[in-house]
Structure formats: C-alpha cells, structure tokens
Write a protein that binds this ligand. Structure first.
Ligand SMILES: CC(C)(COP(=O)(O)OP(=O)(O)OC[C@H]1O[C@@H](n2cnc3c(N)ncnc32)[C@H](O)[C@@H]1OP(=O)(O)O)[C@@H](O)C(=O)NCCC(=O)NCCS
Length: 167
C-alpha cells in the first residue's frame, strides 16, 4: 500500500472503506463543474468508482488517485494522484479538495509529494495535466508545480488546456 507523508498530510491508496468520503467529494459542485459528473449517487456507486478507478489504476500502473488526510485531526481534505488515461499519451496529475480546505496550501503540499514520488520512486518522465479553460485555481497550482501550458486540446465535447511537466 503506497503511503506518502508530508509535513501536514498523509496520502494513502483508497479502499472500499472510503466510499462515504468519495461519494461526498465527487458530488461537490466544484468537482462536477471542473472535472465532471462521475454518476456516483450511492455508496455502492462510490465503491464501484473506487474499485474501477483508483484501485484498478494502482493494480495496473502502480499509481493513481490517493486519499489525503490532515495529520493533526485525521480529517479527510481531498484527493490527489497521478492517473493514466487511455486518452492521453503520458500520465497526468489530478487533484480535488473540499472547499472548506481550499487556500491553505494542502493541494500544493499533496501535489508536490505526488510529483516527487512519481519522479523519484516510479521513475516517470513527462507528466501532463488537463484543466477546463476557466479553472484558475487549478492553473495557478500547476504553475507552482512547474507545469507549462502546452495547448488547447479537444476531449469529448470539451476543449481542455493541456499542461506539461518535464523532469
Ligand atoms: C484546484 C484545487 C485543488 C486548488 O486548491 P487550492 O486550495 O486553491 O490550492 P492550495 O491548497 O495550494 O491553495 C492555494 C492558495 O493557498 C494559499 N496558501 C495559504 N497557506 C498556504 C501554505 N501554507 N502553503 C501554500 N499556499 C498557501 C496560497 O497562497 C494560494 O493562494 P492563491 O491561490 O491565491 O495563489 C481546488 O480549487 C479544487 O479542489 N477544485 C475543485 C476540483 C478541481 O478543479 N480540480 C482540478 C481539476 S483540473
């Protein structure tokens, strides 16, 4: 089980026990607006999402979205990790946090740990990121992580911004 610790946070792989947390997070208005509707409406849907998403990703690629918990009180603040989509040529970083924990540097702290792990432990080269064109907080975060804007690309019905980080 992959576990990453930072100064204030612990990141670990998802299990079926995280269904209630996932159900809340993927139905946050900001998640629905900037990432999309994963169709997760019940705890069973959430268990399926975890099994077919992060758990399958770790089994297949050795990385995926991880649950982020604050060390001080054990509160679940969000998720962050490196995914591998069939629609992109290289792995991409993803993150989503509950609004009550925004603007405290938790996303940046998590993403830095995920990037370091991807590079130093998994030996990944190019890492990508995709955002909607209006997702300013996400783009600011990617800038701090050293990503550069590459181009606008179509994905499904949407035009997304593609960002690239080279080792
Ligand atoms: C994208 C998302 C994860 C960014 O989260 P965030 O809370 O803005 O990011 P951070 O935790 O790094 O906080 C950033 C702000 O905290 C401030 N901050 C406060 N304390 C800080 C600390 N100790 N360390 C670093 N930054 C700190 C920073 O100055 C920064 O301000 P800025 O945005 O004006 O530059 C969040 O908006 C989100 O979950 N959105 C919904 C899902 C989503 O869109 N995901 C991305 C899809 S591409």
């Amino acid at each position: 089980m992959t576990v990453l610790a930072t100064e204030r946070l612990v990141l670990r792989e998802f299990t079926a026990e995280d269904a209630e947390f996932v159900l809340r997070l993927v139905n946050e208005p900001a998640f629905l607006r900037y990432i999309g509707d994963r169709g997760v409406r019940t705890l069973d849907d959430a268990r399926r999402y975890i099994a077919e998403g992060p758990v399958a990703s770790f089994a297949r690629h050795g990385h995926g979205l991880m649950r982020v918990v604050r060390k001080a009180d054990g509160v679940e603040v969000g998720m962050c990790g490196v995914l591998k989509r069939d629609t992109l040529p290289d792995p991409d970083i993803g993150f989503s946090f509950f609004p009550e924990y925004w603007s405290q540097g938790y996303a940046l702290e998590s993403a830095r740990a995920v990037m370091r792990h991807a590079r130093e432990t998994l030996g990944q080269g190019r890492i990508l990121a995709i955002t909607t064109q209006d997702n300013e907080p996400s783009m600011r975060l990617l800038g701090k992580l050293g990503f550069r804007f590459d181009r606008v690309m179509p994905m499904g019905a949407e035009q997304l911004r593609l960002f690239v980080s080279e080792p």
